[in-house]
Design a protein around this ligand. Sequence first.
Ligand SMILES: Nc1ncnc2c1ncn2[C@@H]1O[C@H](COP(=O)(O)OP(=O)(O)OP(=O)(O)O)[C@@H](O)[C@H]1O
Ligand SMILES: [Mg+2]
Length: 599
Amino acid sequence: MSEKVKGKKIFDFSLLKRVFHYASPYKKRLYWSITLAVLLAIVSPIRPLLIQLTINNYVRNGLANTLIWITILQIGLLITETLFRFYFSFITAWLGQTVVKDLRVAVYHKILGLNLSQFDKTPIGTLTTRTINDIESINDIFSDGLIPIIADILSIISIVACMFYIDWRLTLACLAPFPILIVATYIFKESVNKSFIRVRNAIAALNAFVQEHITGVQIVQAFAAEDREFAKFKKINKEHRNANVNAIFAYSVFFPLVEIIIAISMGMLVWWEARQVLSLSAQQASELSGKIISFTLFLNLLFRPLRVIADKFNILQMGMVASDRVFKVLDNDDFIKTEGEYKPEKINGKLEFDNVSFAYIDHRYVLKNISFSARPGETIAIVGHTGSGKTSIISLLNRLYHIQHGEIRIDDVNIEDYKLEALRKNIGVVLQDVFLFSGSVMDNITLRNESIPKEKVVEAAKLIGMHEFIMKLPGGYDYNVMERGGTLSLGQRQLLSFIRALLYNPSILILDEATSSVDTESELMIQEAIDKLVAGRTSIVIAHRLSTIRKANQIIVLDKGEIKEIGTHEELLTKGGFYSKLHEMQFTKHTGLSKNVSI
Ligand SMILES: Nc1ncnc2c1ncn2[C@@H]1O[C@H](COP(=O)(O)OP(=O)(O)OP(=O)(O)O)[C@@H](O)[C@H]1O
Ligand SMILES: [Mg+2]
């Protein structure tokens, strides 16, 4: 959201073409809206023309009968025009909303499929803005932007044409103040546009600030930083107000100016005709009155679109800026490659890392020449200082990131050759930071996979030892977990994620133990749960608990992205190397249960 909105050419045709491409499934309605724009342009000057005709030919001659018919015709025209207008507004808004709906699906689908590295680069707020606010602005291109502008311009052309047809000299006189209006409109448009861009940036900044600080309110309060944060908030809020006031100022100048120009035009009309009236016969003078009335109506019809056209251009412009950004998301080709067709029925769980090197950012390698292997059913513990690359190793296994060198094989097949879905279905993951979505406990365990029966969930929960706890929650499995699981303790959240992993009965399990300390009871539960989780499957555990590490078939000691030592607990201790030093530093102070260790 921190990204600034900048101006954009209004008529970037390739962009417009792309926006309208999204309306192509609804071609019929699109054509209808344009047809209606044309019809409205044709219909709108007819009524003033009829009035002129009536006054000149029938009122003067007192033809009451014809007058009634003309009145009926007028009413008919009015109803027709109103119906056209209604359908035009409805259809353009319908088109806008429908395109918005389709685009939002496309963008959200795209975002979900993006490579994780994209999320490392793009703030979440930005992606939220793309999916929600920006797409909403594209709606305006249809409902308040391009199509209404086309309708207005057509109306203006047809009215001016009629005026010229009736009396070109009078038209020129009436339109004499027009150049002023055009210049004023241009200045107004530019000024409002600048203010709008400021308003948008201010809103984005406000959104990001409020969102972030409400999420982190605990930190703000804990560090008594309320005053400082408040001052910052006030500053952004004031900018929002100032930008809006600027826009309001432009409006307050522009609209009275338009009124003045309309008044001058009317004045010109009266002045021009008054000059002539003296030299006219009675018949000509009467014709003149019809003309003056029709011109008054024409001028009114003309100024109505002129008043709002500047606004509409701004709306169009903002819509174009938004669509440009939305298309950038859609054009992002860094999505997860799903190539690879291998999809075995069952994975045995043989695992090999063969000289793997990996960098998140160009050549800054966080893993260097990593080689190890595990037989099916073995447990591998990875230990190492914070930042040594433990989480990175396991992120590679289910292809969240792509490696630059080496090969990772499961059951002797390169993981790149697996069908992504088959690979991920067979690898269960428990992450370091457990993420829960707002929703029921059940939904959080099954991730809304309705094919998982409740009994299976209960069975898994019992195995992990969480069933009783869940049943004690108000509503049991329907208990509503608040955003990010805020109403549950860290230990409880982790245990829930264990159920999630167990339920999918994966052949390979990845477990990134949370470093946070939990109470002794939960600690014991977690230990037992981990034993059950790893039993019978190949497991890679980033371990912080001595109990987990001890039981592992192999311990990999990682330091700055390189493997320092591999072996069992006893082997590594007798070796007296890196591991034994770490062990001495971290565990000897604790007895059995380690807390808060970041080995
Ligand atoms: N998404 C990312 N983009 C860029 N660099 C990253 C990313 N994630 C991690 N790193 C970097 O990679 C290195 C290894 O990080 P990793 O998360 O694998 O460490 P870790 O061993 O799991 O640490 P901890 O014990 O604190 O969880 C660190 O230097 C980190 O700064
Ligand atoms: Mg980690």
